[in-house]
Design a protein around this ligand. Structure first.
Ligand code: C2G
Length: 152
């Protein structure tokens, strides 16, 4: 049985995350995903919108994922690889080269990211939408109502 491990925050789960998990599972039989805890994300300088318990629950429910563990720190990877008899460490290529030190313990693969989507992009899009003045939204809705009446 070939075991793969990956690490990530997986906030605001999107198609880029799903594509990665699908590709990871195609590398072997048993996929372990270490989901960054809220505390670790603070260390990473990442503010998450979805709390760890929910992010972990979402990842657990993905058909490609066999096991979810918490990612509490940068330093746990070697122990995780040893304790779970991991054959492959894999992650998106935004981390290209950053985890080559794990080659001593298992195969290391960097997979192409999905273009055009990221949690940062989703957050900024949401922020822009929510910053539209309420009057503008009401005006737009009134215009839509009027158009609906005109076409009835
Ligand atoms: N990803 C992707 N395509 C995207 C966005 C993300 O393939 N469009 C991948 C990333 O490359 C990463 C995984 O999805 O492998 C999770 O991304 P993040 O939640 O941003 O995780 P990150 O903050 O990079 O955490 O110790 C490693 C870190 O915990 C990785």
């Amino acid at each position: 049985m070939k075991t793969i491990i990956t690490y990530g925050t997986f906030d605001l789960f999107h198609i880029g995350h799903l594509n990665l998990l699908r590709k990871l599972k195609s590398l072997g039989d048993n996929l372990i995903v270490a989901v960054s805890t809220d505390e670790f994300n603070e260390l990473k300088g990442k503010k998450t919108l979805i709390p760890y318990e929910q992010r972990a629950e979402i990842i657990k429910s993905i058909r490609y994922v066999d096991q979810v563990i918490p990612e509490n720190c940068w330093e746990q990877k070697i122990d995780d690889i040893r304790n779970n008899n991991v054959d492959i460490f894999a992650i998106g290529n935004d981390w290209e080269g950053k985890f080559d030190f794990l080659k001593e313990f298992c195969q290391v693969i960097y997979l192409d990211r999905t273009d055009g989507i990221s949690t940062t992009y989703l957050k900024s899009t949401l922020k822009n939408f929510l910053s539209v003045p309420k009057e503008d939204i009401i005006n737009a809705l009134n215009v839509l109502e009027q158009l609906k009446r005109d076409f009835e």
